[in-house]
Every structure is written in structure tokens, then in C-alpha cells.
Write a protein that binds this ligand. Structure first.
Ligand code: SAH
Length: 394
């Protein structure tokens, strides 16, 4: 393995600069009502604004239930435009669409909307860049620019819901049914804002998108304290753990956070989550040729997961620029699947939607055109701390 691929530092503390202006979606309903009242408007206008926002209405002229004189003031104060489309790219016969968004400070993030016969899923970003430094992931290689605000994360899902409702994807109007936190960033490193996003995704109209718990998936490298916190106070969404290796030695190199929280600890935390929610978690495993796809690793993984409330989601590696690694060949994939199944572990192989527009898992990297420099800083020589409890809510 090329050592240069694993040399990036882990970055937990996102720079505080660059956070966007306050938005309705950052506020609780009570806070939104108070903010509206401060602007001299009756509090119920907060509900009207929320209804417009979650339906994807951004033009004040269309908010005909608000007095004309108040529209500009209210939208400027509470619905500032946070996400600007830089470009859309479509693939899979118009059924996959990747959107590159520019944020107010020039940072760029991507989301991918995928339409299937029975559902429509949007893959959203929770951070601009990522500090987790996984060597096979394009975002991981770009470093962390900053956390997204709740409204910036929620806005990606709202835009996808509106795109489906308006029939912008091939196949006519439809409904956004699923959200996965598998875009750029480590969601549990931006815990408070992701938690707020979960509330917005699950809350019925007018203050949310009204999705069901099981159709929302949070994917994590395995920040154990944050998984525990989600277990205690979460909304019972589906958990996905990016394992990629069953043994600590290899996982230390593929998912560097493993040097902090080991395979055993991550699985224990995920088990506790599954026990609480009563739902299986997924174990994400990118199959990398000759790196983690050996038959004995399949057996180790099978042994690790047998009898647990988990299923394995294998992802043939999507090669990223500059990486020496490739996807496992089909026979190796089949052998891996067969061994896991023989061990009694439910296993699926993920389809790789949007590969030709670099929209597949782990390919999202806006670094080529980022107008703000990435500010990943070297980790301190002592172990960095993740202050999950202390993070300011905004
Ligand atoms: N930080 C979160 C979300 C990241 S992206 C996490 O790590 O879980 C979602 C999934 O795509 C993760 O399982 C991630 O490991 C995987 N992934 C990243 N790069 C990939 C690549 N090049 N090929 C296949 N899967 C990849």
C-alpha cells in the first residue's frame, strides 16, 4: 500500500469562519415564531414561511398568503438563499442528477438525486470537504473546509423534494422518499446540525419534509461517542457504518479514525443502536482489489457480524483521481458475497449510480473548482478531542 495515501491528518475541529446567515431551518418552531414577532409580524407567519420553504418556494412573489409588504422583509430575514446551483449533471437516462452547489462563502458541495422504480433517494453533504482522511475517498482527500449549517444541509433535501415534485428528473413528477448522509463530509462530526436536519426531515409539514425514519440513513466512519449520543437522543433513523475492513490493522489505514475507535468498539456501539431502534444497521464495505477483498477477510467479516442485527452493503470501489486502487474484479466480489452469506450474514452489492458523472459513493469532490482554500490543519500531536456535547447549536 502506498504510504503517501494515508498521510493526511484527521481533522475534527472545523473552522468557525464562513458560517452562513441565520435561516428559518436553523430555528425551532418556537424560535422561528419569536423571530417573526421581532419583525413586527404575527407569529403564525413562521408556519407560512416554513410551508413555502419546505415546498421549495423561494420567490417572494409566489408567497401570496403573506401580505405583499411583508414578503421581502420576512424572506430576507428568514429565508436567505444559501445554496446556488453551479451546475446539474445527469446520468442513467436522466434518472440520476448530481448538483454542485455554491455556498455563501464560495465553498462548494454536491448532492445526488437518484430515481428508482419504487423510490427516490437524495445523497446529501453534511460538511464542505471532510476531515476523516480516508485514502480511497475523493472527499476525504480534499480535507475539511467547514461544517454546513442545518439550513444548508436541509436545503439540499428540500431542493431534491422540489425537483421530484416538479418532475425535473426523467419519469415525471414524483416524491422524494429517502435521504442518505453519504455525500461529502462526516455527519457525526457535525452532530448538532445533523441532528437538527433529522428533525426537519422527519417532522411533518409545514415544519419539515415528513419522511419516515427508516428511509433516512446516517452513514459514519464510526465516531463512537456520537453513535452513542444518537442512540440516546436520535430519531431512530437507519445507521450505516463504514467499516471497509474487519481487522484493526487494515482498518487503521483505510479509515484512519480507527486508530481512535477500534472495530470492536464501533460494532458494539452499532449493536446498541440496533437494539434501541430494533432495526438492522448496514456495514458499508468498499471492495478494493487486493487490499481488503481477500477470501480470508470475507471470513473474518462473516465471523465478526454473524448473529448481529447487521447486513453488509458491498460497494465495488469507485476509483478516484490519484488513487492507485481499483475495484475488486467480479469473481472476487462473488466469492466475497458467497462467504459472507455462508456465514449467515445478509449481504447486498450496491449499484453504482452516477459513476460516469463522478456522482457515485466517495467520488464527490468539488476541490477542482473550489474558490476558498481548504483549511485542513495538521492534527495536534496529542490525540484530538471531539467535543460532542459542547458544540454550539446554530
Ligand atoms: N463520512 C461518512 C459518509 C461518507 S460517503 C462515512 O464515511 O460513512 C458514504 C460511503 O461511501 C462511505 O461508506 C464511504 O466509505 C464510501 N466511499 C467513500 N469513497 C468511496 C469510493 N471511492 N468507492 C466506494 N465507496 C466509497
Amino acid at each position: 500500500m502506498d504510504d503517501a495515501m494515508t498521510a493526511l491528518p484527521l481533522v475534527f475541529d472545523a473552522p468557525r469562519r464562513g458560517m452562513p446567515p441565520r435561516h428559518l431551518a436553523d430555528l425551532t418552531r418556537e424560535e422561528a415564531r419569536a423571530a417573526v414577532a421581532e419583525l413586527g409580524q404575527p407569529a403564525f407567519r413562521a408556519d407560512q414561511l416554513a410551508r413555502h420553504f419546505y415546498r421549495g418556494v423561494t420567490d417572494p412573489a409566489q408567497m401570496t398568503d403573506l401580505p405583499a409588504a411583508a414578503r421581502e422583509t420576512l424572506t430576507e430575514a428568514l429565508l436567505p438563499g444559501l445554496l446556488t446551483v453551479v451546475r446539474h449533471q445527469t446520468a442513467d437516462n436522466g434518472r440520476t442528477r448530481k448538483t454542485l452547489w455554491r455556498l455563501h462563502d464560495g465553498a462548494l458541495v454536491e448532492s445526488v438525486l437518484m430515481r428508482y422504480p419504487d423510490r427516490a433517494t437524495v445523497c446529501i453533504s453534511s460538511q464542505a470537504g471532510c476531515g476523516m482522511a480516508c485514502p480511497f475517498c475523493a472527499t476525504g482527500q480534499s480535507g475539511l473546509t467547514r461544517n454546513l449549517s442545518a439550513a444548508e444541509i436541509i436545503g439540499q433535501a428540500v431542493a431534491a423534494a422540489a425537483a421530484m415534485a416538479n418532475g425535473e428528473l426523467d419519469g415525471g413528477p414524483g416524491r422524494l422518499s429517502n435521504v442518505v448522509f453519504m455525500g461529502m463530509g462526516e455527519p457525526l462530526a457535525n452532530y448538532a446540525r445533523v441532528r437538527k436536519t433529522l428533525d426537519a426531515l422527519l417532522t411533518p409539514a409545514p415544519h419539515g419534509l415528513g419522511l419516515s425514519q427508516r428511509s433516512v440513513t446516517v452513514s459514519t466512519v464510526g465516531l463512537v461517542p456520537a453513535i452513542r449520543r444518537l442512540t440516546e437522543e436520535g430519531r431512530n433513523v437507519t445507521l450505516a457504518v463504514s467499516l471497509h475492513a474487519p481487522d484493526d490493522e487494515l482498518r487503521n489505514t483505510l479509515v484512519p479514525i480507527n486508530t481512535r475507535w477500534k472495530v470492536g468498539e464501533v460494532i458494539e456501539a452499532a449493536d446498541a443502536y440496533a437494539k434501541k431502534t430494533g432495526r438492522r444497521y448496514s456495514v458499508e464495505y468498499a471492495l478494493i482489489r487486493d487490499v481488503n477483498d481477500q477470501p480470508q477477510r470475507a471470513d473474518l467479516l462473516g465471523k465478526l457480524l454473524a448473529g448481529r442485527l447487521a447486513h453488509v452493503n458491498l460497494i465495488p470501489l469507485n476509483p478516484t483521481p490519484g488513487s492507485p486502487w481499483d475495484a475488486s474484479p467480479l469473481p472476487a466480489q462473488r466469492e466475497f458475497v458467497a462467504r459472507l452469506r455462508a456465514a449467515g450474514v445478509a449481504t447486498t452489492v450496491r449499484d453504482t449510480r452516477g459513476q460516469d458523472i463522478d456522482g457515485a459513493c466517495g467520488q464527490l469532490a468539488a476541490a477542482d473548482s473550489v474558490s476558498v482554500p481548504s483549511v485542513a490543519v495538521p492534527a495536534p500531536s496529542v490525540e484530538p478531542t471531539v467535543e460532542l456535547g459542547a458544540e454550539e447549536d446554530q
